[in-house]
Design a protein around this ligand. Structure first.
Ligand code: DX5
Ligand code: ZN
Length: 217
């Protein structure tokens, strides 16, 4: 597998041409497609729901990494799984029953993932390490693209890399928010193996060059 994996976030794509925008980054060397779902409640912005995930599913065979910034999550998990989400990521802050929700995602045939907001310590996910295939550390406060990378989160990435090693499980460690050619090496050196990038890919004219700029030379 390439290192790090690159997952463009379609939040920064041209929403009037989403299908073509997904095909374009797949052609340009993306490893996953990152889909940001926002409900105007858990985060102060609204993006799109399962109908859009389903509409895009036929455009690429790349894994769909669906980042749910919604609360509650349980009533919508089946819809996202049926829409074609390969990985469904929920926030540890989204409700009291994260353990049950992660089990439900697995039962629905998708890979479960857990996400941490900047204010949440690494230890908050200690009791779900056995249930997840992906851990996502937010390096901005969720809700919007184009924000500045929070370097304060780097020690947390390293701490979670150690927790993954301790677990003995095969878990991807992704970083989301403010990733560009300058911050990508900071995230990978701290321990990340997946980089999510919205504006640093879709904000550039040449998607292939933009994706390549996030990987070590
Ligand atoms: C923020 C989203 C991110 C966002 C990243 O709430 O989870 O995936 O699209 O955008 P950039 O890369 O522009 O910070
Ligand atoms: Zn995201």
């Amino acid at each position: 597998a390439p290192f790090p994996l690159i997952a463009p976030s379609i939040l920064a794509a041209d929403f009037a041409r989403l299908g073509e925008e997904v095909e374009a980054v797949a052609q340009a060397g993306a490893d996953w497609i990152h889909l940001d779902v926002m409900d105007g409640h858990f985060v102060p912005n609204i993006s799109f729901g399962p109908a859009v995930v389903k509409a895009l599913r036929g455009r690429t065979s790349l894994p769909f990494d669906v980042h749910l910034m919604i609360a509650p999550v349980d009533p919508y998990l089946e819809a996202f799984a049926k829409a074609g989400a390969d990985q469904i990521l929920i926030h540890i802050e989204a409700g009291p029953h994260t353990h049950r929700s992660l089990q439900l995602i697995r039962q629905l045939g998708a890979k479960p993932g857990i996400v941490l907001c900047p204010a949440t310590p690494a230890e908050a996910i200690a009791e779900v390490m056995d249930l997840v295939d992906v851990i996502l550390v937010m390096t901005v406060n969720p809700g919007f693209g184009g924000q500045k990378f929070l370097t304060s989160q780097l020690p947390k990435i390293t701490r979670i890399r150690d927790m993954i090693a301790q677990s003995g499980r095969d878990i991807r460690l992704a970083v989301d928010g403010g990733i560009d050619a300058q911050t990508a090496p900071l995230a990978t050196q701290a321990g990340a193996d997946v980089l999510i990038a919205g504006s640093a890919v879709y904000g550039k004219a040449d998607y292939a060059a933009a994706i390549a700029s996030l990987r070590p030379a």
